[in-house]
Design a protein around this ligand. Structure first.
Ligand SMILES: [Mn+2]
Length: 318
């Protein structure tokens, strides 16, 4: 499969690297490293709702000043590579149409729930991150990982493992991190850029949301609701909700935390985190996906209704 991927990249005239909606450090870091490898013929598509910007915190990654957004991407690519995209519905309409039409498609991912929607699927289900999958790919393909590529790969692994804390972390993850460090990257500085670089509004907004959290099933479940008017009040973007579910999960009694984001159309995006309970059967009920301890879904109902549906399901597991 590695040779096949290399061959496709070599033959292609124009490559589009597709990151998932609401991009995180793994999808952007992986895209950044992949573009550094492929070079100028590759573009990165960043899919962000309304505001066409790379999340502030990841702007320091290489090549992030030169990405395509949904309003500027054209149907001109003969190879599409999705990175960290668990399912095809994490690509929005126009690029998905391109994806369906293009015969050269590659899917590089680590989600166990990934069904392999591309012509070539490099999926290592259960791996810590797409960054680690790519790290192995570069090594197995004998591609030299430069210092510049090492930084985004490290960011992908660091952020998707919650700083090397999750159960997806293996010996191979640490080996990858160690070898990336050997390329001369400043891991302490990278951690500061990723974690100690938040806008003031994000912290005050999160404090407000966390203070309004509710608890269920003897405090085993914690949940918080965000509406579009909350976001407006604090003048924050979607990326600034990152970390709230983890904060709620860090409470001693809590096993499952849920963050519900209700948009103007009363559609609710749900992120779930857990300490011990496998979330995949829960989100699969709602056509979602993800990992055992971190998963998500979209429920086309207001948040207050969505949480009732979720709690009815979760009661079977807590
Ligand atoms: Mn990931």
């Amino acid at each position: 499969m590695i040779d096949e991927i290399l061959e496709k990249i070599k033959q292609a005239n124009k490559v589009l690297i597709i990151t998932h909606v609401n991009p995180d450090g793994d999808t952007l870091g992986s895209a950044s490293a992949l573009k550094l490898f492929i070079g100028d013929k590759a573009d990165i598509l960043v899919q962000v709702e309304s505001k066409l910007k790379v999340p502030e915190i990841y702007k320091f990654l290489p090549k992030m000043d030169d990405v395509k957004f949904l309003d500027t991407v054209k149907d001109e690519y003969d190879l599409l590579i999705a990175v960290d995209v668990a399912s095809i519905d994490r690509i929005v309409e126009f690029p998905r149409k391109m994806f369906d039409k293009c015969k050269n498609t590659i899917n590089i991912d680590h989600h166990k729930t990934n069904k392999g929607y591309a012509a070539i699927n490099l999926i290592k289900g259960g791996y810590s991150s797409t960054g680690e999958v790519l790290y192995d790919f570069f090594n197995e393909a004998n591609i030299k990982i430069t210092k510049e590529m090492a930084e985004p790969l490290y960011v992908a692994i660091l952020t998707d493992t919650g700083c090397f804390r999750y159960e997806t972390v293996t010996k191979n993850t640490f080996l990858a991190a160690s070898n990336l460090m050997e390329k001369g990257i400043d891991t302490s500085l990278i951690a500061k850029k990723c974690y100690d670089n938040k806008p003031k509004s994000m912290i005050t907004f999160q404090a407000d949301i966390v203070s309004k959290a509710k608890f269920a099933f003897d405090d085993k479940v914690a949940y918080a609701i965000i509406t579009s008017s909350d976001m407006e009040k604090f003048n924050v973007k979607n990326e600034h909700t990152e970390g709230i579910a983890e904060t709620l999960r860090s409470i001693k009694t809590v096993d499952i935390s849920i963050l519900l984001k209700e948009n103007e159309e009363k559609i609710t995006k749900v992120s779930l985190r857990s300490k011990t309970i496998d979330l995949t059967p829960v989100v699969e009920k709602f056509n979602g996906g993800g990992h055992r301890m971190a998963a998500g879904c979209t429920i086309r109902k207001p948040a207050k209704v969505a949480i009732e549906l979720l709690l009815d399901e979760i009661i079977k597991y807590v």
